[in-house]
Design a protein around this ligand. Structure first.
Ligand code: HMG
Length: 410
């Protein structure tokens, strides 16, 4: 019998600045209810110019290393999923490799498929471990992104920033992943970002339809691949969805319930009541952080998982949850995981609640100044890993307690 494989530890990082979306709505002349009720969003995390995909991802992973839940020498595979990388050739992962002090005998790659790439990394890592090629080593999977749309566009309210780092191993202490998963892929133009652009382009309403179609496709593929025929509402204790804005997860939840009702031939008259009741039980408990952080692209579904674990892992020991990851373009995956007896202890490393508590609130003017900034100018007292300068087109990062510079080729 093979060992269980899954997420041994999960650490998060969100920038220390936040914008109240009611303030933004008031300046943009949009009804606040459209944002708070229509999108389900209340605040968004804002990355200052000295934070990027590298620094956020490194800070998320450093949380786990400093807590002693993983030793850098144990890591044999580092995969970073992101769609907001910092260089067309040099991967975010190689900066993390140096900043985190990983060994040279470690495979290091950046993966891209919109918001799906973190999940792609996780699935590749589980295969690496299950195949035996890992030989006892662990994988570090980092999902890190800054969601940027044009100022004054309707998508502006669905920005955000953050990162998640996950240690994937045999005998995982946080969440054991089931081997079955269901994938859906198809070429659609719902969201994209040409190489020369910093802000994404999006066909917003079409993207919502693409997401929901991909969910149905992934569920069907999951069952074709051996996923349980049981009613998901009974067999799953919670559902974590990719959450570009919280109302999207609510729509996804409704589609999943409808999918199950249709498949099982349930009374459609009872559908709406079942959607409302199961939303409170399965999906609402995963959404509180997303309501205050916004879209984090590759990290989004794992921030929902992190929040759920931080707040409910003790109650969920022995319970199975469903996870749905969607990346525009598109590729999506549905899979499941089970919490164990050590999950509540491991969930103490997530760190989301404290970071949300410690944030500083920006005015709309300050947020716009960050968005338009052409220089980095980090303050002297930045506590975490951050971008210090760009010299000769080389990005220089500082890990403050080491005062160590990480620049290309140094
Ligand atoms: P919009 O044009 O601002 O808003 O676009 P809307 O007119 O669609 O309204 C939004 C909701 O607010 C609607 O609710 C309205 O009824 C409601 P719904 O009918 O959908 O339930 N509303 C109100 N509610 C209360 N009081 C009011 C009021 N007015 C309206 N006064 C949109 C919204 C999400 C399309 C836009 O923000 C956008 O384009 N965002 C970016 C795209 C996106 O997030 N797509 C999600 C699916 S694709 C995905 O998840 C992948 C992605 O993460 C990227 C990746 O994979 O890399 C984006």
């Amino acid at each position: 019998m093979t060992s269980p494989v899954g997420i041994d530890a999960l650490g998060t990082y969100i920038p220390e600045y936040a914008l109240d979306l009611a303030d933004l709505a008031s300046v943009r002349g949009v009804p606040v209810a459209k944002i708070n009720v229509g999108l389900g969003a209340f605040e968004m995390a804002v990355a200052p110019p000295w934070e990027d995909t590298v620094s956020m991802g490194a800070n998320a992973a450093l949380r786990l290393i400093e807590a002693g839940v993983v030793d850098p020498d144990e890591i044999g595979l580092l995969l970073v999923g992101t769609e907001t990388g910092v260089d067309h050739a040099k991967p975010v992962a190689i900066f993390l490799h140096e900043l985190l002090g990983l060994r040279s005998g470690c495979r290091v790659v950046e993966l891209k498929h919109a918001c799906y790439a973190g999940t792609a990394g996780m699935m590749l890592a589980t295969s690496w471990i299950r195949s035996g090629a890992a030989r006892g080593r662990k994988a570090l999977i980092v999902a890190s992104d800054i969601a940027r749309y044009d100022l004054e566009s309707s998508a502006e309210f669905t920005q955000g920033a953050g990162a998640v780092a996950m240690v994937i191993s045999e005998r995982p202490r946080l969440l054991t992943l089931a081997p079955e998963s269901g994938v859906f892929a198809g070429n659609v133009w719902d969201f994209w970002r040409p190489l020369e652009r910093r802000e994404a382009l999006v066909d917003g309403k079409f993207s919502v339809d693409c997401y929901l179609d991909a969910l149905e496709g992934a569920l069907a593929d999951w069952r074709a691949n051996g996923g349980s025929e049981d009613d998901l509402l009974e067999s799953m204790a919670a559902l974590c969805f990719h959450t570009p804005f919280p109302k999207m997860a609510v729509k996804a939840h409704a589609r999943l319930v409808e999918h199950e009702y249709t498949r099982l031939g349930h009374d459609m008259e009872a559908l709406q009541a079942a959607v409302a009741a199961s939303l409170e039980r399965h999906t609402e408990p995963t959404l509180a952080a997303a309501r205050r952080i916004g879209n984090t692209y590759t990290a989004s579904v794992y921030l929902c998982l992190g929040w759920l674990a931080e707040h409910a892992a003790a109650d969920l020991a022995g319970e199975t949850i469903g996870l749905f990851s969607y990346g525009s373009g598109c590729c999506a995956e549905f899979f499941t995981g089970t919490f164990g007896s050590e999950s509540a202890v491991m969930a103490r490393q997530v760190g989301l609640a404290q970071q949300l508590e410690d944030r500083e609130r920006l005015t709309v003017e300050e947020y716009e100044a960050f968005a338009r900034a052409k220089t980095i100018d980090p303050p002297m007292d930045v506590a975490g890993i951050h971008l210090a300068a760009i010299e000769d087109n080389k990005r220089i990062y500082v890990r403050p307690e080491h005062r160590r510079l990480a620049a290309a080729g140094r």
